[in-house]
Design a protein around this ligand. Structure first.
Ligand SMILES: Cc1ncc(COP(=O)(O)O)c(C=O)c1O
Length: 363
């Protein structure tokens, strides 16, 4: 078979060595006579994989002992509800920074549970052309937490540095850029991320949360919705998504093997340089709706001179083995998601295609 260059936004490309390892181990894990999917989650084989996935995540992201690493289910969308359920006590208010579609979903969900205050917003009409600049966020010192979205998957914007929230815990939806670069985990109260972009397949969510914050969470909510339940049971309170966690283990082992986040970060910067360079080289043809300082290295968005040309671009690109380039239906245009598993070569192919397309298809 020929593998295509996969620019899907999520579920997204996985590194080939990760898939090969899964293929090789699919029928028999180790010498156990069965697949890892068929093992009990209480058995030694699965427990080894589970703990290795956590240990590798800790090592790669340099997660300090002050923080738990948890595996949950329900997608990042359940986190929109779990965060306020756990930390938004009666009479309290939470600060939210509104930078796009997914921030708005988190805000809406929280409004069902408690009081939301907007600490900053970059909405212009229906668009979000950038993330806030330092100094544009006003944090309520009494807020239960400040919620931010580190990378806006649909709008193609990314924070370059974390917002300064003082003593108020910073809660981050890092679904679309976790593990794409080094971060200082100690600056966060809680980070959550659906796995299906940089961590592994869909079906598992990684939560990295300060132990004291988890311990302070509400106890009057259902057991399954408390972070403390997962922390107390090493994420084995009930049956975990064992195959997804196994794949997370494989992705983490791959990241470590290629050189960890310094190498991943270098590749991501190079991919961004190539792709934004191609967009900027054709200002009369390709335009970026995103302000330069907010450009995302994970989701690169751009427009063509007309919707008809955009449609043709997607069609021709697909025929050329460049897949998943249609922008989100809410914003239109093009989007290339260049997560960790998308190679520099994949991006070079896309840039070559863009050069040719701009030459051959004048409006
Ligand atoms: C930044 C961000 N947050 C949340 C979500 C929702 O994730 P899920 O489908 O896992 O609930 C997505 C999905 O693409 C996302 O990109």
């Amino acid at each position: 078979m020929t593998r295509v260059a996969n620019f899907n936004a999520g579920p997204a490309a996985l590194p080939v060595p990760v898939l090969e390892r899964a293929r090789d181990e699919l029928l028999e894990f180790g010498k156990s006579g069965m697949s890892i999917m068929e093992h009990s989650h209480r058995g030694k084989a699965y427990e080894g994989v589970h703990n290795e996935a956590i240990a590798l995540l800790r090592e790669i992201l340099a997660i300090p002992e002050t923080h738990h690493v948890l595996f949950l289910q329900g997608g990042a969308s359940l986190q929109f509800a779990m965060v306020p359920m756990n930390f938004l006590g009666a009479g309290k208010s939470a600060d939210y920074i509104n930078t796009g579609h997914w921030s708005e979903r988190a805000i809406e969900e929280t409004q069902l549970i408690g009081k939301v205050r907007i600490a900053g917003s970059t909405k212009v009409g229906k668009t979000f052309p950038r993330v806030p600049k330092p100094g544009e966020i006003q944090v309520d010192p009494a807020a239960a937490y400040v919620h931010t979205t580190t990378n806006n998957t649909i709008e193609g914007t990314q924070w370059q540095v974390e917002p300064d929230t003082g003593a108020v815990p910073l809660v981050a939806d890092a679904s679309s850029d976790i593990l794409s670069r080094r971060i200082d985990v100690s600056r966060y109260g809680l980070i959550y991320a659906g796995a299906q972009k940089n961590i592994g397949p869909s079906g598992v969510v990684v939560v990295i949360a300060r132990k004291d914050l988890v311990a302070s969470g509400r106890k009057d909510i259902p057991t399954i919705l408390r972070y403390s339940t997962f922390a107390e049971h090493n994420s084995l309170f009930n049956t975990p998504p064992s195959f997804a966690v196994y794949m997370v283990r494989n992705v983490m082992a791959w990241i470590k093997e290629v050189g960890g986040l310094p190498q991943i970060e270098a590749w991501n910067k190079e991919k961004g340089r190539l792709l934004y360079g191609t967009i900027d080289a054709h200002p009369d043809y390709y335009t970026s709706p995103v302000e330069n300082e907010s450009r995302s290295l994970m989701n690169v968005v751009w427009r063509l001179p007309s919707e008809a040309l955009e449609e043709k671009f997607v069609k021709d690109a697909t025929s050329a083995g460049l897949v998943g380039l249609k922008g989100h239906r809410s914003v239109g245009g093009m989007r290339a998601s260049t997560y960790n598993a998308v190679t520099v070569d994949d991006v070079k192919k896309l840039c070559g295609f863009m050069e040719e397309f701009a030459k051959k298809n004048r409006p």
